[in-house]
Design a protein around this ligand. Sequence first.
Ligand code: S6P
Ligand code: ZN
Length: 190
Amino acid sequence: MVDLPFTFTLPTPQVIPSKVDNHIERRLSAMQGQFLDQEAFNKMLSVEDRLIYQVYEIKRPEVEGELLMGVSIVHPGKVGSEFFMTKGHFHSVLETSEIYYCLRGEGFMVMETPEGETSVEELSPGKVLYVPPRWAHRSVCTSRQEDLVTFFVYPANAGHDYGTIERQGFRKLVIDGPGGPEIVDNPRYS
Ligand code: S6P
Ligand code: ZN
């Protein structure tokens, strides 16, 4: 049977889609080893397993030709001086791209290739970001009070490779500096 076209609404300022097939909540405990300041991480975790980000997914068959889409919501906050962020990943099928459309909040997309090229793009409402094939990506919320909300679309066969980032982190970090958000080299990167 052929698939039928479908519609859903993504009303603003309400940002939860009217059609949701899967809701992911990622808490601090799932981010072990990702933030630079391990002491600040442990201290925060001992008080509360804070909700860092959520994803509302619209499911499609995970095969070539299909597209997956959804909404990612990164909450405001910091671990030490590092802003709350997603885990970040390469796509398992490296030669796949992704589009992000920022709906709300302020932040950055931190990106890098396996060859070590880096790029950090600012996100603000109305901005569309094209993440080309081969670029790992991580969203970082730098708003003080507001969520960073993005709508994303990517090939359904892309898959996620979290392991590479879990082992090494990203080459660039976004920290809260004296004059606002700063992009710095990750001192732990080997
Ligand atoms: C999937 C796409 C987003 C992220 C989401 C959470 O390819 O990039 O749906 O999954 O922003 O990030 P992460 O790194 O935990 O999957
Ligand atoms: Zn992705």
